[in-house]
Design a protein around this ligand. Structure first.
Ligand SMILES: [Zn+2]
Length: 209
């Protein structure tokens, strides 16, 4: 990530900012110095308290978050005590952590979610790491991923056979959806037998086929 510092800053108080930080905008263009975050750390600059970390990303990119909320029908909730960003969509519930050593975000997905679930209930459920999403510096990539994931989920709920199958990744998703569909079909069959057995004595012997 590229960050900004002032050439004129006091030696004991060297601070760097994200590019969009309101404090970075106060630095006169002539005094502005761009560098990578690695270089800034090596030169003993400290991260600005307003724009650093996940909370800083949310602070600085309010406009982008507002646009995503509106256009993609997502709700973003930054939870300060756990330094976690929760993302609620129509069909899913997600959370994002910043892995500090990497300076990159990790995406987690709630195991189960039903539309209209209460926020407090949703944050206390079980989540799994979304294993096909690499750690990334880009919040936008995660938002794109969630959008594509939701779209695919919508198709699966209708008919998984309508899923695209062009790329390697899409083929992988298709196979996974196919497996889930078969499993569900077996479960449905099992429950039909179970209810038949319950309602009609003697039916059990037919279920060993
Ligand atoms: Zn800043």
């Amino acid at each position: 990530m590229l960050v900004v510092a002032s050439r004129k800053c006091d030696k004991k108080n060297k601070i760097y900012h994200r590019c969009g930080c309101i404090y970075a905008r106060r630095i006169k263009p002539d005094n502005r110095k761009d560098m990578s975050v690695e270089v800034a750390e090596r030169k003993h600059y400290h991260a600005c308290k307003y724009c650093a970390g996940l909370r800083g990303d949310v602070n600085v990119h309010k406009g982008a978050f507002a646009t995503w909320s509106r256009k993609r029908n997502m709700q973003f909730n930054y939870h300060k005590p756990s330094d976690t960003l929760y993302i609620q969509t129509e069909v899913g519930f997600w959370k994002v952590f910043l892995k500090k050593e990497l300076g990159e975000y990790l995406l987690y997905h709630r195991n189960t979610y039903s539309a209209g679930m209460n926020f407090n209930e949703a944050i206390h459920g079980d989540f799994h790491r979304q294993s096909d999403v690499k750690a990334t510096e880009s919040m936008e990539k995660l938002v794109e991923y969630i959008t594509a994931h939701d779209r695919a989920k919508g198709i699966i709920m209708d008919d998984y056979r309508k899923l695209p199958k062009s790329t390697k990744q899409q083929k992988k998703y298709y196979k996974a959806a196919e497996r889930r569909d078969k499993k569900q079909a077996m479960r449905r069959l099992d429950s039909i037998f179970a209810s038949l057995e319950q309602s009609q004595a003697g039916m059990k012997r037919y279920s060993f086929c």
